[in-house]
Write a protein that binds this ligand. Structure first.
Ligand code: TZP
Ligand code: MG
Length: 408
């Protein structure tokens, strides 16, 4: 999370009322928190020019497909055309754009596209029956609400999308009219969007699920062996910056040990070697999701675990239906360079309420805080330093195992 005070422009050209704000008025605003400016502009060439002058102030411009077509005077029939149109719109000066593309009717999913030129993603949810309820206005309000709670913009967009999806899914009739269901924080798995850099064209394969229990992360086959002899049943081998020969030897030996002890072994990063040597699963970070061949991993029959640190990453992991999601860091950690603040136990509890995936808590977990982690009903507890830096690693492992397995 970071401090955010952003300007959102919710473009609309559908009303006859002209209510367009001009640049001078905008400059005179003393913006204290994230603000939404709704432009209601009966479309003419001259007020289009005024509208464009506002855009360099906008952190986010939201418009739907038909509005985008009218703004750019183009027809948009494909994902590729929408992507290109969004890039053209960005040239007008907004720092980022969110295109509600649900009007692309032949699309199986309901998809939105966000881009800030450097980064972009599609957000997809199953299509619900078409309802006209001012969805775009609700979406921009929900984004502003999340920004006010200091979520980063990409997280705010994901949470707002969940809010809108739930409201539409649970829409109800009152006096013959269909009403959007407004409520508190969205926490239902079914409303979580799939997030990907590519448009969503079909359902993704679903990886078999894996409940890890105590899940130590170690960097050598020697440690793997020691932990298996102490009764650990699931381990991740995470070797960074090793030479290829050494790496292969370590993976091969760890796989041999996992088979000997009838235990589960995940390999971090090296998915091709994991498949080649027959590990039980592969653990990938967010960057790896871009380069790894997820279909090939699925075809190989291995588990897939994914690291997540925020809503944006959870939605991106969700697009791959992994065997578990690791959420962290829960507490402060020194074991990995981290650009995320600790999420804390409340957010872990929220992930538990939200995610149907097996949930692995990670980051700064020591024996002292294990009871509150287990109270959150996680399926796995991933640890590095609590074991590698323990005064008596064997005793620490026995205690972790005792507490985790007692609760099963
Ligand atoms: N991913 C998120 S936190 C973390 C990783 C790999 C490090 C966990 O190590 P520790 O020592 O248990 O905090
Ligand atoms: Mg990685």
């Amino acid at each position: 999370m970071k401090q955010t005070k952003l300007l959102i422009i919710d473009y609309s050209d559908s009303s006859a009322n002209s209510n367009t704000i001009d640049v001078e008025t905008l400059k005179s605003f003393n913006v204290q928190s994230s603000t939404i400016i709704k432009t209601i502009t009966k479309y003419t060439e001259s007020n289009l020019a005024d509208f464009i002058k506002l855009l360099p102030f906008a952190d986010l411009l939201i418009c739907n497909l038909l509005e985008l077509e009218r703004l750019l005077k183009v027809r948009l029939n494909t994902h590729q055309e929408i992507t290109q149109a969004a890039q053209n719109l960005l040239k007008w000066g907004a720092k980022s754009v969110l295109i509600k593309a649900s009007q692309l009717k032949k699309d199986f999913f309901c998809q939105d596209y966000w881009s800030n030129q450097e980064e972009s993603f599609w957000l997809a949810t199953p299509r619900l029956p078409e309802q006209s309820m001012g969805k775009k206005a609700i979406l921009s309000s929900a984004i502003a609400a999340c920004l006010a709670r200091h979520y980063a913009l990409k997280d705010a967009i994901v949470i707002a999308r969940m809010y809108v999806q739930r409201g539409l899914r649970k829409a109800y009739r009152e006096n013959q009219t269909l009403k959007f269901f407004h409520s508190t924080w969205p926490e239902e798995h079914v409303d979580l969007p799939y997030l990907s850099t590519k448009p969503f064209l079909k359902w993704s394969s679903i990886f078999k699920s894996c409940r890890t229990g105590l899940y130590p992360i170690v960097d050598s086959s020697l440690c793997v062996e020691k932990l298996f002899t102490l009764g650990v049943k699931c381990i991740q081998l995470r070797i960074k910056n090793a030479d290829k020969l050494f790496l292969e030897k370590e993976i091969k030996r760890s796989v041999f040990l996992a088979k000997k002890y009838q235990a589960t072994l995940f390999i971090n990063d090296y998915w091709k070697l994991a498949i080649h040597y027959g590990a039980s699963g592969i653990h990938l970070g967010q960057e790896d999701l871009v380069t790894a061949d997820i279909d090939e991993i699925y075809q190989s029959g291995l588990y897939l675990g994914v690291s997540t640190h925020c809503y944006y990453e959870v939605a991106r992991a969700h697009a791959n239906n992994p065997s578990y999601m690791a959420c962290g860091p829960i507490y402060f950690t020194n074991s990995k360079e981290m650009s995320f603040q600790p999420q804390g136990i409340e957010q872990l509890e929220c992930w538990r309420r939200t995610l149907s995936y097996p949930l692995v808590a990670i980051g700064g977990i020591k024996l002292e805080c294990l009871p509150e982690i287990l109270k959150a009903k996680v399926d796995g507890v991933a640890v590095i330093s609590a074991i590698t830096q323990a005064e008596d690693p064997s005793a620490a492992i026995k205690e972790f195992l005792r507490q985790i397995n007692n609760l099963k």
